[in-house]
Design a protein around this ligand. Structure first.
Ligand SMILES: Nc1ncnc2c1ncn2[C@@H]1O[C@H](COP(=O)(O)OP(=O)(O)OP(=O)(O)O)[C@@H](O)[C@H]1O
Ligand SMILES: [Mg+2]
Length: 474
């Protein structure tokens, strides 16, 4: 076990020596200083677990040391020592972030108690930070799925942008994963231990959005019955995600631009200037260039936001991602619901891959959820997928695919259309044959025999299906 470093500061040499002696414990490494400035050096690298300081000292006093030390190492618990006469100062110190105080003269047990509580606090905070870190790592690895070249490029862009403080503009159709990109950038950035705050610019009216972003003072407008902190302040030290920024009104765009340039602003109804350290991410599912042409979006703001741009292609342009995404959502819902479905049949997967997904990944996630929750068997079959997709789309997917008897389309009237609802039988046959081949490790002769067809007939079918892109290598 590494020892906990306890930093003791007292200008009175006798007092300091007796404190250090009282704290002689195998689990502690105690270092003493007579000057606050020297103690700051000792805590600046984040290696200390507790700071124990006297209040009244020449040069820098305990209060100042408290503030400086907490600025250098925000997780450091500070214990103040005060004489009875200055108990008010102790209360003031607590308000300013001291963890505890002990009143002089104190007994060894009192000191021990205060130190132990402070150590415990430090341990909790450190643990918490570690867990958050782990969570951030986990998020990065497991939750953002993509195997296509396009997504690999996106991951690479994220990896490069994340460690910087640069503004990132994330574009893509609705449901392509813009919010995931924002979360992933934050989670991989040095700001990951601080909040990621999101504002949906499309959901709020201009006035509400302004006070949401910048906060307001009590009485700033009717209904402002208390002071409220805005999202910019909440995100201090962290990241602010301006979702659907294209929907912000022009006037507010001007105010936002000023904050981005000057990194400071005022709460609504206040003249006090607040400065913050916030990294900005913004998203839009609209073509901002068009909005600029139409005079709906400020070009200068666009340049400010578009320092780095990440573009998510629609799912139909990266169909290679569909199988992995489908399995990802299946697993997720399966774990959540404790249902029996555990796989997707080849035929079902094929259908999922052929559909165009106008709602992108979100639509796929929803369809998978429905399939998993409603599924009664271990495996999701093609017919279930057909039912889960919009009717017109599904019919389109079942157009004649095997080059057999031509299927009248449309002109055949309702009766015939209904008769052709048996088309999925083809899929059933195909699935069955592929499964058999897999079972026999691709051995044609054995598979044909077990299926009760000639080897040649099996080969012909496979060839036809492969040419139509319905079956991969088996
Ligand atoms: N590559 C992906 N891997 C895993 N899940 C994804 C992926 N892309 C999107 N999702 C999931 O799809 C859903 C929609 O994604 P998200 O909310 O990030 O989209 P969006 O682009 O912000 O959409 P909108 O423009 O409608 O706000 C979420 O549940 C998200 O977790
Ligand atoms: Mg979104």
């Amino acid at each position: 076990m590494p020892k906990d470093k306890v930093v003791v500061v007292d200008d009175d040499e006798f007092m300091r020596d007796s404190l250090m002696e009282a704290l002689q414990r195998p689990d502690l490494n105690v270092v003493g200083f007579s000057r606050a400035a020297d103690a700051l050096d000792a805590v600046s690298d984040g290696s200390a677990s507790v700071l124990l300081t006297d209040m009244r000292m020449p040069e820098m006093d305990g209060m100042e040391l408290l503030l400086e030390a907490r600025r250098l190492d925000p997780k450091l618990p500070v214990v103040m020592m005060t004489a009875f006469a200055t108990v008010e100062t102790a209360v003031e110190a607590m308000k300013r972030g001291a963890f505890d105080y002990v009143m002089k003269p104190f007994k060894a047990e009192e000191l021990d108690l205060a130190i132990n509580r402070a150590l415990e606090r430090h341990r909790l905070i450190t643990e918490n930070e570690y867990l958050r870190d782990e969570l951030a790592k986990k998020f990065r690895n497991a939750d953002f799925v993509g195997k296509s070249a396009a997504m690999k490029a996106v991951f690479e862009e994220i990896r490069q942008a994340a460690p910087t403080s640069a503004t990132v503009f994330i574009r893509g159709e609705s449901g392509t994963g813009k919010e995931l990109v924002a979360r992933s950038i934050h989670a991989q950035s040095p700001r990951r231990g601080r909040p990621l705050v999101k504002v949906n610019c499309a959901a709020l009216s201009a006035g509400v959005l302004e006070s949401e972003l910048f906060g307001h003072e009590k009485g700033a407008f009717t209904g402002a019955d208390k002071r409220r902190i805005g999202r910019f302040e909440m995100a201090d030290g962290g990241t602010l995600f301006l979702d659907e920024v294209s929907e912000m009104d022009l006037n507010l765009q001007g105010k936002l631009l000023r904050v981005l340039q000057e990194k400071e602003f005022e709460r609504v109804g206040s003249s006090e200037t607040i400065s913050v350290d916030v990294r900005i991410l913004a998203s839009s599912n609209r073509d901002l260039e068009k909005s600029i042409e139409a005079g709906e979006f400020r070009q200068d703001l666009y340049y400010r936001l578009n320092v780095i741009s990440v573009e998510l292609p629609p799912l139909r342009e990266r169909k290679a991602d569909i199988p992995a995404l489908a399995r990802h959502f299946l697993e997720r819902h399966r774990r959540e619901e404790g249902v029996r479905v555990r796989d997707v049949s080849d035929g079902a997967m094929e259908l999922l891959c052929r559909y165009d997904w106008p709602g992108n990944v979100r639509e796929l996630a929803n369809v998978m959820e429905r399939l998993v929750v409603l599924g009664r068997a271990d495996v999701i079959e093609a017919s279930q997928v057909e039912n889960a997709l919009p009717k017109n789309a599904a019919r389109g997917l079942f157009k004649p695919s095997s080059g057999e008897a031509p299927v009248p389309d449309g002109g055949g009237g309702e009766e015939k259309g209904a008769a052709f609802r048996i088309r999925p039988l083809d899929d059933v046959e195909r699935e069955f044959i592929v499964a058999t081949l897999r079972h026999f490790d691709g051995a044609r002769a054995k598979s044909a025999e077990s299926l009760g067809i000639s080897e040649r007939s099996l080969r012909d079918r496979l060839k036809r299906w492969q040419e139509a892109g319905l079956v991969g290598e088996v």
